[in-house]
Design a protein around this ligand. Structure first.
Ligand code: GLU
Length: 530
């Protein structure tokens, strides 16, 4: 077999979503498994909706996910250019050939005529498709109109019959020509239609396998017809199932985070997302292993184990994988990523001192500039930096995440969002105010903390011991109410680690103030009317 070549062909019309990211990942894994080439092609022929900033973001997102391409707009290879807007000449060349050979024809139908046909078909209970009006026109007459400057689209003649292929995911698939009207190859404004450009590009770029979402399955017969008309051999096709939300409707923004940007901001690591996306509709060779390194994914990836049925997106499973990968991070990387997350969360929004540069070691060096730009977007001017005490504090904060939670946002909420009024009313925590034993503990404990000048964990613990003596409460009866009053949560990291984080955090010039233990307890006493 010739060398395997696959492509990811996004349209730069918005953020990269999980569905497309999974398509990119499967293409990348397939290429890497076979030692083939992974091509990135930008499908920007929809001039109205395509934007350069989305293309920049796409490239950045793919790199963040670790899917480096071998050829692409910024890495021109033998099949350049890799942006459809720069390939218009090629599309023109082949559409002229198709017209000359009688496989395609000019269409002068106006949008109004087409709409009237559509309405008539719907009224008659027929599936709307192009009537074929211009197909009957004489070729010379059409050529004359075009020469006179009358705007014309170019349509492909669909020949009667079946369009079938053996889909590598869905098995044998076929469509009858009855349901396909003559498709537009080139619009009257000269821009190629997706179904046409994709064929020209896939063929010229020597793509061997087209792996894409199954929303394109009904486009495949039109593309096959174009291959036939040009006398070209089509590539293999593998259509990946749709990704559904937990309610089994197509995954969309309604279900929560769907773009890579969303996941990154939430504190999901690229290695966790990559591992998770690989399991959306594919399984490891033993059918059970869920934690798979990049190497394992590449080694095991095969199109045979892709399922036809839709995959349901499960945020909990992604969080579980994230916890696993966070626990594996070396401390310096964890600290750098925590800093970056604090910047993304708007908690550090200005450079503090000039001690430590904030970089995301998860990105390749070539992406450093992007990182800096991203920080600048968040309001960080100049070289983003935090001073040493801040960085050390962040380091300790970050080190709490893997055992405690699976994402940074949980930790940040614990540290930055203390709200006494919510604690005394929330279902999960209000028992601390309602229980007389717990009230007695807090009534004894809070004034002691408020009387301290410099609270350390040792003093905190010694004060709790005094309360033990005074109230006779010990163990859980003693520490549970204290934990809830100080942190607002019934469980979490050890107080031994948290108290210093609150105390030191309160002294740092962060954009969002960290309340000290005393500030917390003072607010709690007021809210609980102790
Ligand atoms: N630009 C198309 C999309 O983003 C590509 C489809 C294909 O892979 O053929 O859906």
């Amino acid at each position: 077999m010739s060398k395997i070549r696959v492509r990811f062909a996004p349209s730069p019309t918005g953020q990269l979503h999980v569905g497309n990211a999974r398509t990119a990942l499967f293409n990348w894994l397939f290429a890497r498994h076979h030692g083939g080439a992974f091509v990135l092609r930008i499908e920007d022929t929809d001039v109205e909706r395509s934007e350069a900033r989305f293309e920049t973001q796409l490239l950045e997102d793919l790199r963040w996910l670790g899917l480096e391409w071998d050829e692409g707009p910024d890495k021109p290879g033998a099949f350049r250019p890799y942006r459809q807007s720069e390939r218009l000449e090629l599309y023109r060349k082949y559409s002229t050939e198709l017209i000359d050979a009688g496989h395609a024809y000019f269409c002068f139908c106006t949008p109004e005529e087409l709409e009237a046909d559509r309405q008539a078909a719907l009224a008659a209970g027929r599936q709307p498709r192009y009537s074929g009006r211009c197909r009957k026109r004489l070729r010379e007459e059409a050529a004359r109109k075009v020469a006179e400057g009358v705007p014309a689209a170019i349509r492909l003649k669909i020949l009667e019959g079946e369009f079938s292929w053996r889909d590598l995911v869905h098995g044998s698939t076929s469509f009858s020509s009855d349901v396909i009207g003559d498709p537009i190859l080139v619009r009257s404004d000269g821009h190629p239609a997706y179904n046409y450009a994709v064929v020209i590009d896939d063929h010229l770029m020597e793509i061997t396998h087209v792996i894409r979402g199954d929303d394109h399955i009904s486009n495949t017969p039109r593309q096959l017809a174009t291959y036939n008309a040009l006398g070209w051999q089509p590539p293999e096709f593998a259509h990946l199932s749709t990704i559904l939300g937990p309610d089994r409707t197509r995954l969309s923004k309604r279900h929560g985070a769907t773009s890579l940007e969303n996941f990154r901001e939430m504190g999901i690591l690229p290695e966790a997302l990559r591992n998770y996306l690989a399991l959306l509709g594919w399984s490891a060779s033993d059918g059970v292993t869920e934690i798979l390194s990049n190497q394992a994914l590449i080694e095991q990836f095969s199109l045979d184990r892709i399922t036809k049925s839709p995959a349901v997106f499960d945020q909990e499973k992604l969080n579980w994988l994230n916890r696993h990968y966070m626990a594996q991070l070396p401390p310096e990387k964890l600290a750098a990523l925590t800093t970056l997350s604090l910047v993304n969360a708007g908690i550090i929004i200005q450079p503090i001192g000039s001690g430590v540069r904030v970089e995301d070691p998860g990105r390749s060096p070539s992406n450093e500039l992007v990182t800096v730009a991203r920080l600048s977007d968040s309001g960080v001017l100049g070289q983003p930096a935090v001073d040493k005490p801040t960085f050390e504090w962040i380091d300790r904060l970050g080190s709490l995440t893997p055992p405690y939670g699976d994402r940074w946002e949980q930790l940040f909420s614990l540290v930055f969002n203390y709200d006494a009024a919510a604690i005394v009313t929330a279902e999960e925590t209000r028992h601390v105010v309602e229980d007389t034993g717990a009230r007695a503990v807090l009534q004894a404990f809070i004034p002691k903390v408020l009387a301290e000048k410099e609270l350390t964990y040792e003093r905190f613990r010694a004060l709790a011991k005094e309360v033990q003596k005074e109230t006779g409460k010990k163990g859980k009866e003693l520490f549970h109410p204290i934990r809830v009053a100080v942190t607002g949560a019934v469980s979490g990291p050890e107080l031994e680690k948290l108290i210093p984080i609150f105390e030191e955090g309160a002294k740092l010039p962060l954009q969002r103030h960290v309340k000290s233990t005393a500030e917390r307890l003072r607010e709690f006493a007021a809210a609980a009317k102790l």
